[in-house]
Design a protein around this ligand. Structure first.
Ligand SMILES: [Fe+2]
Length: 393
């Protein structure tokens, strides 16, 4: 056992028994309008609504804003992607005194809302609540309404914010950051182009698979992860052909939500660590970076996870009971490659030059080792072999 495994094993009994709360889930076509019933309560006077400009322009907020005419509403519809600490502090200033925060957007919007809720609860600046369990007071009511089926942030304990001083992405982790409500409204994802649909779904698939092979996985997280993986493998190919299929859109939102429930309890692993290092340096969309890496990292895990991956392959209808477990695991990995091709995700990262491999390895190891409960460790050479497969050719 290496020192990282030892550290993670010591923490395991606590981390796998944390009483992580669940949001109340509202789902279905146009389910976002049910938000009005939650916000019309007498105890709520001031409401903050965060969204992206695209969501605002689409008219998705119109009915909600009309329904809240008698309330004090602060609307911010230009939340940038990957919000920074300065942005969060400005938003917190605007949100002072609100009893509810509604986030309608992708992962960046929901994470910004979570961070603002944390800052409001503590009356502190964003940099002061980075880290684990820094929120001691009750935040305002938080309603998260995802407009992509990917990050699963509507069900997780984390908010990822860029530290404007160090330019690094940092996390705020707290049980109090799990939104009170997750609203999974398929209408909000209907207009997503196939490329974004594919990348965000592959991010959700990565959350589920990394949670599934995690040494912190439990029967509960395995159930959530398996459900998400089955839905994505079954439905995404059809959704990429028929983006206007409401039922498939709803299924993908449910998959991303359950993948979120799985990884917020069992964590992610090397795929995310390498993808964060590559994404930050070369501005590669997160979903694209994880999708490229996912099949190769899973293949590296086969010698230690063959039986578990085989069982998953059988449950997904890809593997066969009478087949060798490693062969079934490889069938599952082939299915990921096929899904990447179907989603037109490139097989390598265009802007990532081979000479930068050592820097990426260093950064990824720093993020992963001692923090992510991975089933098999990479050494420098194994990491180099992996990254040579995905760097620019
Ligand atoms: Fe992710």
């Amino acid at each position: 056992m290496n020192r990282y495994e030892w550290k993670l094993n010591v923490r395991k009994p606590v981390m796998t028994h944390l009483p992580i709360p669940y949001p109340k889930v509202i789902y279905g076509k146009n389910s976002r309008f049910k938000i009005l019933d939650l916000l019309k309560k007498d105890s709520i006077h001031k409401i903050c609504i965060f969204s992206s400009h695209t969501v605002y322009q689409s008219g998705a907020l119109d009915k909600i804003l009309e329904g809240l005419m008698d309330k004090d509403v602060v609307l911010v519809h230009k939340i940038p992607s990957d919000p920074g600490t300065t942005c969060i502090d400005q938003l917190t200033e605007k949100a002072q005194g609100c009893q509810a925060v509604l986030a309608i957007g992708g992962g960046s919007v929901i994470d910004a809302a979570k961070a603002v809720c944390g800052c409001l609860a503590e009356q502190k600046e964003c940099r002061d609540i980075f880290g684990t369990m820094k929120i001691h007071h009750k935040p305002p009511l938080l309603i998260a309404c995802p407009t992509t089926a990917g990050t699963g942030s509507e069900g997780t304990v984390a908010a990822v914010i860029t530290d404007d001083q160090s330019h690094l992405k940092r996390q705020i982790l707290d049980l109090k950051l799990v939104p009170d409500y997750a609203v999974l409204d398929s209408q909000l994802t209907m207009s997503l182009p196939a490329s974004i649909t594919a990348q965000t779904a592959m991010d959700a698939l990565t959350h589920a698979l990394e949670a599934y092979v995690s040494t912190y996985a439990t029967k509960t997280t395995d159930r959530y992860a398996t459900l998400a993986i089955r839905l994505i493998l079954d439905k995404l190919p059809y959704l990429l052909e028929d983006g206007q299929n409401e039922r498939l859109r709803q299924d993908l939102l449910i998959a991303a939500y359950f993948a979120g429930l799985a990884f917020t309890r069992a964590y992610v692993g090397y795929v995310h660590a390498y993808a964060h290092a590559i994404g930050a340096r070369y501005h590669i969309p997160h979903g694209q970076a994880v999708a490229v890496l996912l099949p190769y990292v899973m293949e590296y895990y086969v010698p230690v996870c063959d039986e578990k991956l085989s069982s998953l392959a059988i449950q997904c209808g890809i593997g066969q009971k009478d087949k060798d477990s490693a062969a079934n695991a490889m069938e599952l990995i082939d299915a990921i490659h096929t899904l990447n091709k179907k989603g037109r995700i490139p097989s390598y990262v265009e802007n990532f030059p081979e000479e930068d491999i050592p820097i990426v390895i260093k950064q990824a190891f720093r993020e992963c080792h001692g923090n992510y409960p991975v089933p098999r460790y990479y050494n420098e050479q194994a990491a180099r072999n992996l990254l040579e497969k995905v760097c620019a050719r």
